[in-house]
Write a protein that binds this ligand. Structure first.
Ligand SMILES: *Cc1c(COP(=O)(O)O)cnc(C)c1O
Length: 424
């Protein structure tokens, strides 16, 4: 459930009309809803009542400081994958002991910062990384808490680009090596194995692959404990899907996911960590954009928007479906089919093909829905288009939480050597 709805014919985020924001801040603009973020976090957390669970928001889904602070106030931890994300999480008030550090390529600098912050655990993705982590922790006179990210070789049945739990993916340590790796951790003086970690993919719409992978890990935990490793928790990763297309069956609800996890854990006395990203932020954000032109093609109509693939990359990258709705509620039931496209010079700069829509005209505002996760964070300045702003709504108020990048800011990153300017 989200808090975007028509109020007196105007699509609103909570009690703020998107039109009002578009007029003041300009378009394109990302708009997030506080009530939706909170609700998603609460519903997800409640699914694990009675279980010793830590919910770490996957910062890569939406790393805006205001979003992180909203979730931090609800008690969220953070799953981070870079020094930048770690810094953002700490700045947003998320305590170090609620932060887990994932990712296949952590640098010694990142390890150092994370150790200094006293994070809950490193999710280790390779044997080589563990050796480096041991050295860094040793130099600091500390012990690094680690979970090994295992690759359970399970097909998540999601888009290939966001499937991470098959043996051919770069993620995790191959199942066959896991025993040897935990044995090696025991030998390393500055590492302590505290858990097991996995993450099999994103936008999963079926519980079966989760169940299969989690069951494998439960067996592994018993096995590791029998070998003397003090495994205290399992990090189950993120990946539960969200509804993007209202015509399609909705993915399992958090409560069903929680029930399944309880079943799989059985009487294993073990805490869990969860890393939801999309589920918390995805449907808590929209991208508001203005239609610039209508263009009649040979056999189709193009609606050309002022937003493009550099602002929201999911359709181009993952063939993702995003609902597109008018900001002013349509006064007619008539529909037609149109291709919603952006101005970037790539054919993949298409948000929707042959999409059924009420007729729109140049100047109309539309909202591209479900854009709160993997939206602004993945934006670029391709085609020299400045980064777009982000706005957070809370009830009747709203604030710009990332300002629009100016052209000057964008261009000032370039430096022309003196041999080209003639002054050197
Ligand atoms: C991307 C990612 C997540 C979050 O995935 P969602 O599908 O957004 O829930 C969690 N953990 C890890 C390790 C990830 O890479």
């Amino acid at each position: 459930m989200d808090h975007f709805a028509y109020k007196e014919g105007k699509l609103s985020a909570e009690d703020v009309a998107l039109e009002t924001i578009a007029l003041e801040v300009g378009t394109p603009v990302y708009v997030y809803s506080t009530a939706t973020l909170k609700r998603h976090f609460q519903v997800f957390s409640e699914a694990f009542q009675g279980v010793h669970a830590l919910v770490c928001f996957a910062v890569k889904a939406n790393s805006n400081q205001a979003v992180l602070r909203t979730l931090a106030r609800e008690g969220a931890g953070a799953d981070v994958v870079s020094l930048g994300e770690l810094t953002r999480a700490l700045m947003a008030g998320i305590p170090g002991d609620r932060i887990v550090f994932s990712g296949v390529g952590k640098t010694p600098e990142e390890m150092h910062a994370a150790l200094r912050a006293g994070i809950k655990q490193f999710n280790a993705e390779s044997e080589a990384e563990l050796e480096v982590l041991n050295l860094v922790a040793g130099e600091m006179g500390l012990t690094a808490p680690v979970s090994v990210r295992v690759n359970p070789d399970v097909d998540a049945k999601t888009h290939a680009k966001i499937s991470t739990g098959k043996s051919e993916n770069k993620f995790g340590i191959p199942w066959q090596r896991v025993d040897a790796v935990y044995a090696r951790i025991k030998e390393l003086e500055h590492l302590e194995a505290v858990g097991v970690d996995l993450h099999i993919g994103s936008q999963l719409t079926d519980l079966a692959p989760f169940r299969e992978a989690f069951a494998k890990v439960v067996t592994l935990v018993k096995d590791l404990r029998a070998k003397g490793h003090d495994i205290r928790h399992i990090d189950l990763g993120g990946g539960l899907g969200i509804p993007y297309d209202p015509e399609q069956a909705a993915p399992p609800a958090p409560a069903e996911y929680g029930t399944m996890i309880r079943e799989v854990l059985g009487d294993l006395d073990c805490g869990i960590i969860l890393e939801p990203g999309r589920l918390i932020a995805g449907n808590a954000g929209v991208l508001v954009t203005r239609m610039l032109y209508e263009k009649k093609g040979v056999d189709r109509t193009f609606y050309i928007l002022d937003a493009a693939m550099n602002d929201l990359g999911r359709p181009a990258m993952y063939d993702a479906y995003h609902a597109i709705v008018p900001v002013r509620e349509a006064e007619t039931d008539a529909t037609l089919e149109a291709d919603f496209v952006g101005p970037v010079c790539e054919s993949s700069d298409t948000f929707a093909k042959a999409r059924k829509t009420t007729p729109l005209k140049a100047g109309d505002l539309v909202a591209i829905k479900s854009a709160g996760a993997y939206g602004a964070v993945m934006s670029s300045t391709y085609n020299s288009r400045p980064l777009v702003p982000e706005v957070l709504v809370d009830d009747t108020r709203y604030a710009v939480v990332r300002k629009r990048q100016s052209l000057e800011e964008l261009l000032s990153l370039d430096e022309v050597p003196t041999w080209l300017t003639g002054s050197g």
